[in-house]
Design a protein around this ligand. Structure first.
Ligand code: ADP
Length: 486
């Protein structure tokens, strides 16, 4: 099926126009056939009417002559009335017959003969009646027989003409059933043929659309999935229709994405080597200066040094977060599960945030019924708990307590970081785990963070097969939890 050259709009048009034209043709043929059948039926009815009316005319004439014979024998009042009634009927029958044959020139000519011979016989009847009325009586049955013969021979011509008149009609009447049967057969044939052709056309069009459009759209859909999954696209779809254009745009887009991806990788390696490494050594040097290794600093110097250290640490955190997010996005975040102890995890994490907590006189406590062992990546899980603790300390009031709570449940371990900060509004309880989502409270604290910590934490927890969430009562504190399979 070569249809790739057609535009999509043309194909759709074809899909409508083709069946429509076919149906119109089909209905027209059927209409013509039905009309023919109707004409044939009408012709047969008409023939029957002409034949019957002609027969009635002849019969009427015979009845009239019989009535006249009876009148000749016994001119009683009843017989006379009978005769007159029949005579009056004759012109009416002639008129009906005339109307019936008005449509055919040949029949009109034959009718003229019938008309003439009827009138002639009628004339004879009238003359005989007049003779009878003027005294010429028919005294016995033999004489009546003679009179009947006279009239019958006069009517003979009429019968011949009537035969001529109905000859064609009889023929029509004879062949009508065959003709009608033929038309009926033809209608059935056209009906079945039309239905079969309709089905064939529908199947053909379905294949036409499916091969030419649906299958190509499927390639297109597959390409969209491939773009998302960063895989190589299917070979280009040929043709010049809209789908082909779209496919070509997809290929261009894919190339652009590949290029962008390459450039992103270059930026990432530049960030991690050319930015992070010098920042790390700067941080190290600042720490050394702080220890007094290169001489003592006065109070102002210490203040400046601390501020510089904080800025550098913030920058390093930001770079680390960005590199982690990139890892998550490219599916390169992997966790190495080893047996872990909750108490160790908690202790290491608290150590890491001790300075932060001390600056706000916040006490960080561990709570658990005993140690809990579970499998996990210690570095990555510490990163999560440190992030939760960092947030808890950042948002908690001075002199408050932050708790790291461990609990062993049915088939998972739950670690909670509980603070008495402002809490998380209900509308943000899911959102905060998405990238760059921060609750804006107007205290400027969100500016201290990147909005990436919880998104990274969620990716790490999920990589462990666990879940993360927060329970919170606004204004009273938050309880961030992670649940890890034990
Ligand atoms: P960051 O802290 O760097 O902004 P996070 O992803 O760690 O990014 O947190 C996202 C946002 O969630 C924070 O900006 C803050 O608005 C809110 N948040 C997180 N932890 C807490 C908490 N313990 N108390 C109140 N708000 C919090």
């Amino acid at each position: 099926m070569r249809n790739v050259q057609l535009k999509l709009a043309h194909k759709m048009l074809l899909l409508v126009v083709l069946p429509l034209s076919f149906e119109l043709l089909f209905v027209s043929i059927l209409a013509v056939l039905l009309r023919n059948a109707e004409i044939e039926l009408h012709r047969e009815t008409h023939s029957k009417a002409v034949i019957s009316e002609s027969n009635e005319l002849v019969k009427n004439l015979y009845d009239t002559s019989s009535a006249l014979v009876a009148y000749a024998v016994n001119p009683s009042q009843q017989v006379t009335a009978e005769y007159l009634k029949r005579v009056e009927l004759l012109p009416l029958r002639l008129r009906t017959l005339e109307l019936l044959v008005a449509g055919s020139e040949r029949q009109k000519a034959a009718f003229a003969e019938v008309y003439a011979s009827t009138n002639q016989t009628l004339g004879l009847l009238k003359k005989v009646k007049d003779d009878l009325d003027s005294g010429e009586k028919v005294g016995n049955l033999a004489s009546a027989g003679v009179l009947r013969k006279r009239i019958t021979s006069s009517a003979g011509a009429l019968i011949t003409h009537v035969h001529e008149l109905v000859a064609e009609e009889r023929q029509i009447e004879e062949v009508a059933p065959q003709v009608q049967a033929r038309i009926r057969q033809l209608i059935v044939f056209v009906l079945i043929g039309g239905i079969l052709l309709s089905i064939a056309l529908a199947v053909y069009l379905a294949l036409f659309v499916s091969q030419g459009t649906v299958s190509r759209l499927q390639v297109l859909m597959d390409n969209t999935r491939r773009i998302v999954g960063r895989q190589a696209l299917n070979p280009k779809i040929g043709g010049s229709d809209e789908i082909a254009h779209l496919d070509s745009t997809f290929h261009d887009m894919s190339k652009e994405l590949e290029l962008a991806e390459k450039q992103k990788q270059e930026v990432i390696s530049m960030v991690s080597h050319d930015l992070r490494s010098p920042l790390m050594s700067l941080d190290f040097s600042l720490t050394l200066i702080g220890t007094g290794k290169y001489g003592d600093l006065n109070e102002k110097g210490h203040k400046e040094l601390t501020s510089a250290e904080n800025s550098v640490k913030r920058l390093i955190r930001l770079i680390n977060d960005l590199l982690d997010i990139e890892k998550i996005e490219s599916g390169k975040l992997s966790v190495l599960k080893m047996p872990l102890s909750f108490l160790t995890l908690s202790e290491h994490s608290i150590d890491a945030v001790q300075a932060l907590a001390a600056a706000k006189q916040i006490k960080v406590e561990t709570q658990s019924a005993g140690d809990i062992e579970f499998p996990g990546d210690s570095d990555r899980l510490e990163q999560v708990v440190i992030n939760l603790l960092g947030n808890a300390i950042k948002f908690s009031p001075n002199n408050s307590v932050v708790i790291v709570k461990g609990e062993e449940k049915d088939n998972f371990v739950e670690i909670r970081v509980i603070d008495s900060g402002p809490g998380i509004p209900a509308s943000y309880r899911k959102k905060v785990f998405e990238r760059f989502q921060q609750v804006s409270r107007g205290d400027g604290k969100e500016k201290e963070g990147t909005g990436l910590g919880l998104a990274i934490s969620r990716a790490i927890v999920e990589a462990h097969g666990g879940t993360i969430g927060v329970d919170s009562e606004e204004g009273k504190g938050s309880s961030f939890w992670i649940r890890l399979p034990s």
